[in-house]
Write a protein that binds this ligand. Structure first.
Ligand code: ADP
Length: 488
């Protein structure tokens, strides 16, 4: 494998600086594993107001005058990857990453923020960075970058032979804006016409631009790569565009951060454990019950949990449909999540009928997320669609058995337990309805009562390999093959 390539990643979020979802975890973990394989990685994200520059060692980059933006530089913790923050207070000096925390809605100037970020990032790259072998863009916020590269930067030595990779983390968010946005992109407005790479039902679609202009497209699981080509249910109108690519999208499953999510060393747990000390999960379970204000007398009953954005994608309507039946049983239920305000209060209203038995904590709380993964017995992920999903993998690593809908990455990572072979790591259901979800939960609850089988399921999950090392090898192969197209 050719080493030494310089990969530049553009994205809207990156752990530990700014996180909304799984995308941030990818940016925070993949670079280090790529370095192990001999690649050098630079990451570029916006300088959000919430990023504590001093805490993360960011220093202003001097010697360049970019006029409309500033740049800060640091090193990604635990790696040698350079991180650059593109700053402009008008666009990024506010609270919130994609949405206004007050209204819960997207910022009204969303298109302009991302146009600005991408153009500035390419300006910065061409002026400052060494030769770029691969520009790897993530999600619609960076969908225009490959088009900018083609149209404006091929004459720059840094970017003359740069290959492009575009990763779709979530097809449900495409960045679709009114047609007049095209005039503000700086690209030629004449390129916007029906069926052009920019046009999507009369609107400008950033994701479509990324899919059409990039040399390679990836998604974050193999099943999702085929689902987004199959129907509008997963492709959200871009299924034909993805299908018409000469090289189909490549599915590369996300890994999980094995240092951050390791029950044997996790500092956020009350009791740490490995697979042969499962009784220690109980100590964490007790703390979870206590922190959610639940009856600690339920310690010997199953603790069912969910940690999720509260959003239609995550199957919260199915959860709402089964909650009554679920809570009629002798168990405890906790949920951590935030999102749609109406849905939050709908869930609260149901749970209020079971005061010491079930609770929802509205908010984003990393410590509590770790503790729940450690303390729960059963973890629910009834997603409508799931490009990859991380929580089911965290659950398996923490000895918590997932109940998932068999879609996307959930399908690729969780196998139904088969009592005949002793294989399988969880419980799955196919059709997106309350009946099948309920049946899957009930199967899990039945096996929970069978201690031997339950231990087996837990140990199968804890021994599965969800490492980034495995995923990074697949990205490396792809980078090498894209790069070879640019070799003279
Ligand atoms: P998505 O990116 O679609 O939200 P993933 O499962 O891929 O879903 O990643 C979600 C990530 O965000 C996981 O690391 C999960 O633990 C975390 N997470 C989601 N909601 C919360 C929350 N309310 N508090 C803490 N962590 C959360």
């Amino acid at each position: 494998m050719a080493g030494g390539l310089h990969i530049v990643m553009l994205a809207g979020e990156c752990v530990p600086y700014a996180k909304v979802g799984g995308l941030a975890d990818v940016l925070g973990s993949l670079p280090h594993e790529l370095e192990v394989l001999g690649y050098s990685v630079s990451i570029i994200i916006p300088r959000y107001r919430s990023i504590d520059l001093a805490k993360f060692g960011f220093e202003p980059l001097t010697g360049f005058d970019f006029k409309s933006f500033d740049v800060h530089r640091s090193i990604l913790p635990g790696s040698g990857a350079q991180v650059f923050l593109i700053g402009n207070d008008g666009f990024f000096g506010r609270r919130g990453i994609y949405t206004d925390p007050v209204t819960g809605w997207d910022f009204p100037d969303q298109a302009d923020r991302w146009i600005f970020f991408q153009r500035s990032a390419l300006e910065f790259i061409s002026a400052v960075l060494p030769k770029v072998d691969i520009l790897h863009c993530h999600d619609h916020q960076t969908g225009l970058a490959a088009a900018y590269l083609q149209r404006f930067y091929r004459g720059h030595p840094t970017l003359a032979r740069t290959g492009t990779v575009f990763t779709i983390h979530n097809m449900g968010y495409q960045g679709v804006f009114p047609a007049d946005t095209m005039a503000r992109t700086g690209l030629n407005p004449a390129e916007f016409f029906p069926l052009s790479p920019f046009e999507f039902y009369g609107m400008l679609n950033f994701m479509k631009v990324g899919v059409v202009f990039s040399d390679a497209v990836t998604t974050v699981s193999e099943t999702y790569a085929s689902e987004i080509q199959q129907s509008a249910e997963f492709g959200y109108g871009l299924e034909g565009v993805v299908r018409s690519r000469l090289d189909p999208p490549v599915g590369i499953l996300n890994g999980i951060d094995y240092e951050c999510w390791n029950p044997a060393t996790d500092p956020l747990l009350v009791a740490r454990y490995s697979w042969d000390e499962l009784e220690k999960k109980r100590i964490n379970k007790q703390v979870v019950l206590r922190e959610f204000g639940l009856d600690e007398g339920r310690l010997d009953r199953p603790l069912v949990a969910m940690i999720s954005r509260i959003d239609v994608q995550k199957g919260v309507d199915l959860l709402i449909a089964v909650l009554g039946d679920l809570l009629a049983q002798d168990l405890a239920f906790v949920m951590l999540g935030a999102g749609n305000k109406e849905t939050e209060s709908q869930i609260q209203t149901i749970l209020a009928k079971y005061p010491r038995k079930a609770a929802l904590n509205v908010g984003y709380d990393d410590r509590l997320a770790h503790l729940i993964e450690a303390g729960a017995d059963i973890f629910l992920m009834p997603s409508k669609y799931e490009p990859c999903g991380l929580n089911q993998m965290y659950s398996m690593r923490y000895g918590t058995v997932p109940v998932v809908r068999a879609t996307g990455g959930l399908s690729d990572t969780v196998q139904e337990f088969d009592p005949n072979t002793g294989k399988g790591t969880g419980f799955r259901f196919g059709p997106y309805d309350a009946l099948h979800f309920k049946e899957a939960i009930n199967r899990a609850l039945r096996y929970w009562a069978d201690k031997r089988a339950w231990r087996r399921i837990i140990s199968n999950g804890m021994q599965s390999d969800f490492s980034w090392a495995r995923s990074a090898r697949r990205y490396a192969e792809l980078y090498d093959s894209v790069r070879s197209r640019y070799q003279a």
